[in-house]
Each structure stands twice: as structure tokens, then as C-alpha cells.
Design a protein around this ligand. Structure first.
Ligand code: IVH
Length: 704
């Protein structure tokens, strides 16, 4: 491709994406992708200056206008900031070196003073106040002309309709040292125009609530409603609503970060500007810091990187600004960007990739989980190749199809998720995904009971997937416990067809085990010894080990205590089962239908015949009470445990599970699509665990 053709193609793509992003509020690519194209174009234009043209996206800011809003010519253009894409410390160092060079500073000169701020991920807004009263709010538009969105912005509570007039102080203001906000701000001059710039954004918890509400509307069949891909997208949509009632319904927030017009003369630094904004009544982020030289900028970058996930809103980087306004003036601008500021981005938490397949996995209780297999993509610090679609409804809601281009998000330690499909990239023949009618592992019929979200394989222990997991569960430390019989070994045994059922475990001989790949005789003997040892167990462990749905450790214990022996449990009616404390119809029915299947009764008989014995009655406690006194909240979908399983496990170890997060909560266990509870936990500084961490915690002490 010739440079000319490539440049033209890049411009065409960038124009299209910018239009979708700025005008239509429906981004077609993640920011990182846009930045990549933009930088490539900048590079080519630098290399071939003759090919530069006025209509290149590099020569202006953003896109066009929606017809429905009246236009506002900005008194002072709304510019953009140069982006430093280096994700390491060199970004700050390069910037400082450039500033020092421009200001003609030598090595003997002291460090340049900067203000480091967060780069909020929302949309830029210019607010004009005449005589201290909000008269106009405008979007950035193309930087020269924006859209009048006053009626919508007036609904944002964080934006003052009238400026607070701070008390006048003798002697004006002093330059500030480390503390940004100690300066005494100036009184607003009479009949002045003040123009404040800042970012309108949506908090993550507000975003979750909004999307939940949207889902309810969609479910109720309301036309024209949709969910939003991310908080920025939702904020942009709200600001650009033609009906301000709708805008008012969408919770927006605001941070002020600069004054374009009307700054009192006594304000001579950017940190004083922030103090002035605060005094006028604007929200100003408390995460702004005066920094001396590059090293302190690097430190800020690192500090905010570790704080990023705990913030209640999205940021995509930090911004460094020269603090002295006189130096800012001296440094000036280059086309669309000031020389005195730079944005230093963080690795993207969203990336675009392709769906190669949608696999359906089968869990221990037969649950079918659709999983999107993705073209490997580096996002949020890890390479992602899978994203769960949870269940049929969720897969439908997202309408992810094989061959689709999707946006994948991974923030913090939360498992990656598909946040949306890039619709205009969908292939015409892309097939709607539907959950299979038969189990992909054993071919048994898969059913979804009324009122349930999950579809399950009905094959029980006939199903290879369920068999492996059933054996794993049986052999688990908390159940019948066969030391050393882990996932890999079980998989090998099932695949080699030497175990078709639980009792087969007790029929294994040394030869069977040694025949497995990479199995030394000594290890095989150890496994056999562990199997032998497991023959002496307790009734609660045995019952729990059978892996009956809804029968977790503490329920198994309760049954054992109440009935005293396995035959009484197997033969009890659903009503009798419900006599057990805390046992309701769901658990009772589940246990009853399990023992109604002759195969399952046969398994119990055969295990007994193989020499399994247990103390009748309550037996020894199934777990030490190591979580006694600890309160947990579960949120989101955990990768392998179901919600009530996790609850059972915590309770069995003496912990308590409650529904809402408060200061008294000790741990929040978060899975995919964790929402406001997770935000609350972070706000309150409650320790957040993932499933792995929870399991480790439960496993941390041997319980024999
Ligand atoms: S200052 C002349 N400060 O980033 C510089 N911008 O590409 C004016 N942004 O459109 C911008 N956080 O919407 C500035 N702390 C911050 C910011 C910030 C986010 C956005 C802003 C602007 C874009 C710059």
C-alpha cells in the first residue's frame, strides 16, 4: 500500500469512528484501537508532510454536530491533550525533558513544578456563568463549535447553577506548596463572564443501577430502550438527550479542571485554579497532586495505577500540567494541543477481539455454561481467551454470535467479560446462539426448568463431565477425602475408562493406576492407600460427598443429625425431610429426587459393599469453625461455585453470609458482573476476595 493510500484509508476510518463516538454516542472501536490508528496517521504525516491536509483528523478535535442541538461557538477553543502512550515511567520523563528544553532550563535549574491529575473517562464540558449564574453548557464538538446542552446539564446536581462567592481576603493569594487547596480564592468581579471546563461522567455504581433499570424496561417490552456498554457511553448519551427529563433520570457527575475565561488575576498557578474552582462550588477531584519534577510524576502515575480499580469512576490515565500559568503561556500550543500538558494513559481495560466459537461447558450438577472462545487479546494486564456468557438469558441479552467482533473488559481482578458486540462489524450470516437441547458431553437431553436460569444435562453420572466432577467432589478434602486424588488424575482415570462410577474407585488395583501416563509405582501405592483410608468416613461427609444439588456441608450435617443413618435419609418423604431445621422444599425435593433414581441408591449400596463405613449420627464436625465471627457478602457470578454452595461452605466453617455490604462486613466475595456491592466494598475498604481466595481461605487449615 502506498503512503498516500494508507493515509487516506486511516483518515476515512478515523472520521467514521469519531463520528460514531462523538456524534452518535455509539463507539465502534475501543479507545486504544482509535489511538493506534491516530498515531499511525500522525507518524505517516510527519514522514510525508506534503500529504498533510487541513481535513485530516490530526488537524482538528473530534467530530461533527447533531442537527437537533443549537451550536455554540466556543469563546476559547476546547483543545485536546497530547497523549503519551508509554505505559511506563518514560512517559513522565519524556514530558519533563521536553518542558525543560522548551523553557531552556539547564541541569543546574531546579525541578519544574507540575500538577498531576486523573484523566476522567467522560466527556468534556464548557460551562459559562454570567454574573455568577449558569447560562450555557456546551459540549466540545469539533473544538471550535460545540452543542448547546444547557437544559440537560442543568439537571446535574454537582454543577452549581450559581457560583458560590468566597469571602474576599486582603493581600490576594499565595502560591501553594504541597497542598492544593490552602489558597484563599478571589471574589468574582461584577458582571464578569466565567467559563469553566471539566468532565461530565457517570459513577460506576450509578452506571450499574441505570443498566439494571434499562434491563427491566427491555424485559417489559418498552421499545427503543437499550443498555449501555460503559459509563462514558452512558454519560454521553444522557448529556445529548433531546428530552431533559430523560437526562435528569440518568445520574451524572462532574469534575472541574480548568478555567477558560474569568480567572482572577491573583491566580498564578494551576493548583490555585483548582482551589478557585472548589471555592466557586465545583467538585474538584481530591486526587490531584503538586509534583516537583519527573520522579514525582512517575510516583503519581504508579500510585493512581494501584488506586484505579478502587475509584468509584473510570479513568483512562493521568494528566500532567505545568503548574505556573506564566510558564503555560510561554510554552503555548502546537496545532490542537497545549505544550504544557500531557495525558499519560494506563493499559486499556477494554479491547476488541473476535469470537471464534461459543463452547458449552458442563458443570458438576449438569449446568450448561456457554463460554465465548476469543481470539487471544491482552486486556487489563492479562491475555484473555475465554469469557463466560453465564447462561442462556445472558447470552441472549448480549446476543454474542460466533464471528462477532466484541469488546472485552477486564478491570482489576474481576474475571473478563464481553461487554458488547460491535454491531456494524457483524457478518450477515452470523448465527444466533442458542443453548443446545442435548448435553454436548454425553448427548442426554438438556432441560431448563420453569423459573430457572440454568439449563442442565439430565444425564447424571452417566455424563462424563458430571462423572469427573462428581468424583472430584466425592474425593474432596471436605467430603470423603481421598488424599492425592486431584482433578488431573481423575480426568485420566475417567478417560481411560477405569472409573465409570464412584464405587469403581474402590475396585482399582495397582495395575490400573500404574498403567496411567506418568504414574510411578510409588505414587500409585500412595493413591491406593489414600483410597483405603477414605473408607472410614462420617455420615455428613458421605452424604455431602454424593454431590446432591442443594445439599452442602451444613445441610448434610443437619440431615445426619436428624435422621442418624443413611437408610432413614434415603427413605424419608419430602415432608419428613422438611422437618429438619432450615430445610425447605427446594432442598427436600432435590434430595428426594436424587434417591428416587435407582442408579443413585445402587451407588450407595455398592459403596457400602466396597467396605465404606461411617459412624452413624452426626459424626465429627465437617469443618473447623475457622471463619467464626466473620461476615461475608457474595456478589456476582463465581466461576465454579453456585451462590448457595459458597454460602453453605462459609456457613459450614462458622462464617455468616449477609445480603448487604456495611462497615461490619469482613469480606466481599466477588465474581463476574459484580455490581454496586463491590463498589460499596471498595468504598468502605472491605477486603474483596475472588472464588480462588475464598477456597484457599477455606482450605487454609487441615481439618482432620
Ligand atoms: S485538561 C487543554 N484535565 O481529556 C487541555 N482534560 O484529550 C484541556 N480530560 O477532552 C484538558 N480529565 O475531556 C484535562 N484532568 C483533566 C482531564 C481532561 C479528562 C479529558 C478532556 C479532554 C481530553 C483531552
Amino acid at each position: 500500500m502506498s503512503p498516500k493510500t494508507e493515509i487516506e484509508s486511516l483518515r476515512e476510518q478515523l472520521h467514521r469512528h469519531a463520528h460514531a463516538y462523538y456524534v452518535l454516542d455509539t463507539p465502534t472501536v475501543p479507545d486504544a484501537e482509535y489511538d493506534k490508528l491516530f498515531q499511525r496517521l500522525e507518524l505517516l504525516e510527519r514522514e510525508f508532510p506534503l500529504l498533510l491536509s487541513k481535513d485530516s483528523p490530526t488537524q482538528r478535535v473530534g467530530g461533527g454536530l447533531l442537527d437537533a442541538f443549537s451550536q455554540v461557538k466556543h469563546a476559547v477553543p476546547m483543545l485536546s491533550i497530547r497523549t503519551e502512550t508509554d505505559t511506563e515511567s518514560s512517559g513522565a520523563k519524556n514530558f519533563d525533558a521536553r518542558i525543560r528544553k522548551e523553557l531552556k532550563l539547564t541541569e543546574s535549574d531546579t525541578a519544574v513544578e507540575y500538577v498531576a491529575e486523573l484523566k476522567f473517562d467522560g466527556l468534556a464540558m464548557s460551562l459559562r456563568y454570567d454574573d455568577g449564574v449558569l447560562v450555557q453548557a456546551a459540549t466540545r464538538g469539533d473544538g471550535e463549535t460545540g452543542e448547546d446542552v444547557t437544559h440537560n446539564v442543568r439537571t446535574i446536581y454537582q454543577i452549581p447553577l450559581k457560583l458560590k462567592v468566597p469571602p474576599k481576603r486582603e493581600g490576594g493569594s499565595e502560591a501553594v506548596g504541597g497542598d492544593l487547596f490552602t489558597v484563599q480564592p478571589e471574589l468574582v468581579e461584577d458582571s464578569s463572564t466565567i467559563e469553566v471546563r471539566g468532565e461530565v461522567y457517570m459513577r460506576r455504581d450509578d452506571f450499574e443501577t441505570l443498566n439494571e433499570r434499562q434491563r427491566v424496561k427491555i424485559a417489559a417490552g418498552q421499545k427503543g430502550e437499550k443498555t449501555f456498554v460503559n459509563p462514558r457511553n452512558a454519560a454521553a448519551g444522557a448529556v445529548r438527550q433531546l428530552d431533559s427529563k430523560i437526562a435528569a433520570d440518568r445520574p451524572l457527575s462532574f469534575f472541574a479542571y480548568s478555567v477558560a475565561q474569568g480567572l482572577p488575576d491573583s491566580v498564578t498557578t494551576h493548583s490555585q485554579t483548582l482551589a478557585q474552582l472548589k471555592a466557586w462550588g465545583f467538585p474538584v477531584s481530591s486526587d490531584a497532586r503538586v509534583c516537583q519534577g519527573a520522579d514525582e510524576l512517575v510516583q503519581f502515575h504508579a500510585d493512581m495505577a494501584s488506586k484505579r480499580d478502587a475509584l468509584p469512576f473510570d479513568i483512562d490515565g493521568v494528566v500532567y500540567k505545568v503548574n505556573s500559568l506564566a510558564s503555560q503561556l510561554e510554552l503555548g500550543f502546537v496545532s490542537r494541543e497545549p505544550r504544557w500538558a500531557v495525558a499519560h494513559k494506563y493499559p486499556a481495560q477494554e479491547q476488541m477481539t473476535t469470537v471464534l466459537a461459543i463452547d458449552v461447558q458442563v458443570g458438576r450438577t449438569g449446568k450448561l455454561t456457554p463460554v465465548a472462545k476469543l481470539e487471544a487479546v491482552f486486556v487489563g494486564g492479562v491475555t484473555v481467551t475465554n469469557a463466560t456468557l453465564h447462561n442462556e438469558d445472558e447470552a441472549r441479552r448480549k446476543d454474542v454470535r460466533v464471528t462477532d467482533t466484541v469488546i472485552v473488559r477486564r478491570a482489576g481482578d474481576v474475571i473478563p467479560e464481553v461487554v458488547g458486540v460491535v454491531m456494524n462489524k457483524r457478518m450477515q450470516d452470523a448465527q444466533i446462539f442458542s443453548i443446545p437441547t442435548h448435553c454436548p458431553v454425553c448427548g442426554s437431553v438438556a432441560v431448563r426448568e420453569e423459573g430457572e436460569t440454568d439449563t442442565r444435562c439430565t444425564g447424571g453420572l452417566i455424563c462424563g463431565a458430571q462423572r469427573k466432577q462428581a468424583i472430584e467432589h466425592f474425593a474432596h478434602k471436605r467430603a470423603v477425602y481421598i488424599d492425592g486424588l486431584g482433578e488431573k488424575l481423575i480426568e485420566q482415570m475417567v478417560d481411560a475408562d477405569i472409573i465409570k462410577s464412584l464405587p469403581d474407585l474402590y475396585r482399582l488395583g495397582l495395575a490400573n493406576i500404574v498403567a496411567l501416563e506418568r504414574m510411578a509405582e510409588k505414587s500409585a501405592q500412595n493413591v491406593l492407600a489414600a483410597i483405603e483410608k477414605s473408607k472410614h468416613t462420617t455420615l455428613p461427609r458421605f452424604l455431602f460427598g454424593l454431590g446432591i444439588r442443594h445439599v452442602g456441608e451444613s445441610t448434610a450435617k443437619a440431615f445426619a443429625k436428624h435422621f442418624g443413618n443413611i437408610d432413614a435419609i434415603m427413605n424419608a418423604t419430602a415432608e419428613e425431610l422438611q422437618q429438619v431445621p432450615d430445610v425447605g422444599p427446594v432442598v427436600a425435593t432435590s434430595l428426594r429426587s436424587f434417591f428416587d433414581v435407582p442408579y443413585n441408591r445402587e451407588v450407595v449400596e455398592q459403596l457400602r459393599a466396597c467396605g465404606l463405613t461411617w459412624e452413624e449420627g452426626e459424626g465429627t464436625p465437617t469443618a473447623p469453625q475457622m471463619l467464626a465471627g466473620k461476615t461475608f457478602v457474595l456478589t456476582g457470578t463465581l466461576p465454579t461455585l453456585e451462590r448457595d454452595e459458597a454460602k453453605e461452605m462459609i456457613e459450614a466453617a462458622g462464617g455468616k453470609v449477609t445480603g448487604s455490604v456495611s462497615k461490619k462486613t469482613h469480606y466481599v466475595v466477588a465474581g463476574a458482573e459484580a455490581g454496586s456491592k463491590l463498589d460499596k466494598a471498595r468504598e468502605l475498604g472491605v477486603v474483596v476476595l475472588d472464588e480462588d481466595a475464598l477456597l484457599k481461605m477455606l482450605d487454609s487449615k487441615d481439618f482432620e
